[in-house]
Write a protein that binds this ligand. Structure first.
Ligand SMILES: N[C@@H](CCC(=O)N[C@@H](CS)C(=O)NCC(=O)O)C(=O)O
Length: 340
């Protein structure tokens, strides 16, 4: 009895100690080193990747750039750590990165057992299937007995098991560590289908030798709310990351963009815009940021809609439609609490 008591209290102490160790520590550490260390994927077009000049771009990259703009007034003050699905949580827990912004699904298990917190959702996704057209399959229900190229350490693995079990079908998984390996194996015909978050299927499809020879099936078999993750127990840092994303969403809702932000900061009479741009209200005070924290994000990174269209939407090769990621007042579910 005594032994059990001792172990339990030791475990409780450890949890408290690790939470305290990070309380407020991230902001101080980030400020003193002068940049945000951001964990991203190893290259999923539209979400994170480097262009010809070695510059990181993408929807997930923009979350980190927004935090740097809010904090330093300079969206370029970010360093990137490419991580596989298996490596990502350890990198955040150990302090190697300050934010994990890597198409990571918010689930109860991850939120409650890893010592981490999800700060919001920057892309509402769901798991789908990519097949070659010559397989002659039009629906996932026709995939009984198929083999699947899949990535290790993801929610994808469990969803696939659930779906096939629920539909009383069998399948063979062929597992890889990196998306480039998963895509190459699918391209080489090592599996009948590739399964992943649907957004990533569009991104992987354009990397195939013959993108037109492959298609995404209509079924979505899961909910994959993807968002930035921080260590649990550091509310100050959590708030900064969360509200950097919310600032981008609020800006879109208020029609404030990178091209009109300066003019609106100087002239707007709309109290909501004035609060967003630090002209009145609480400004950056509660977050420990400057008054122009949100204006800096909008000017340098853009509002959420600009980031979406540039990286994964109409201005990108992916051409993903807004769908669930449209704002709540335009038919989607993207909804940020107000800045007031
Ligand atoms: N959202 C899912 C899946 C995330 C995931 O890692 N998907 C792969 C499928 S392509 C990926 O993005 N890989 C990128 C990489 O290996 O860098 C999760 O959080 O587990």
């Amino acid at each position: 009895m005594n032994k059990i008591f001792t172990l339990t209290s030791a475990a409780a102490l450890m949890v408290t100690a690790s939470a305290t160790a990070f309380a407020g520590a991230t902001l101080d550490a980030v400020k003193s080193k002068g940049f945000v260390q951001c964990g991203v994927n190893t290259g999923v077009p539209g979400f994170a990747g480097t262009d010809n000049s070695g510059t990181w771009t993408g929807l997930d990259v923009d979350v980190c750039r927004a935090v740097a703009a809010a904090l330093f007034g300079d969206a370029d003050k970010v360093k990137y750590t490419p991580l596989t699905a298996k490596e990502r949580f350890t990198a955040l827990q150990s302090g190697e990165i300050d934010i994990l912004s890597r198409n990571t699904t918010w689930t109860l298990t991850r939120d409650s057992s890893l010592g981490l917190n999800f700060a919001g959702v920057n892309y509402y996704d769901g798991q789908g299937f990519l097949v070659k057209k010559n397989l002659g399959v039009k629906s996932a229900t026709e995939l009984d007995g198929a083999s699947f190229c899949i990535q290790a350490g993801t929610t994808t693995e469990l969803n696939l098991t659930d779906y096939f079990r629920a539909n009383n079908m069998s399948y063979t998984p062929i597992t890889f560590d990196k998306s480039s390996e998963t895509a190459a194996a699918f391209d080489a015909g090592r599996c009948d289908a590739l399964t992943s978050d649907q957004s990533q299927l569009y991104a992987l499809r354009i990397q195939l030798k013959n993108p037109d020879g492959a298609m995404v099936l209509p079924e979505i078999i899961s909910k994959e709310p993807l968002g930035p993750v921080v260590r649990q127990g550091d509310d100050e840092w959590f708030n900064i990351v969360r509200w950097s994303l919310y600032a981008m969403l609020n800006a879109e809702e208020l029609n404030v963009s990178s091209s009109n932000v300066d003019q609106l900061a100087a002239n707007s009479k709309d109290p909501n815009i004035r609060r967003l741009l630090g002209q009145e209200g609480i400004k950056g005070q509660g977050l420990g940021l400057s008054d122009t924290w949100a204006a800096n994000i909008i000017k340098q990174v853009g509002n959420y809609g600009e980031s979406f269209e540039r990286n994964v939407g109409s201005g990108s090769p992916l051409k993903i439609s807004r769908g669930l990621n449209q704002l709540w007042n335009k038919g989607g579910i993207q909804y940020a609490p107000p800045i007031r």
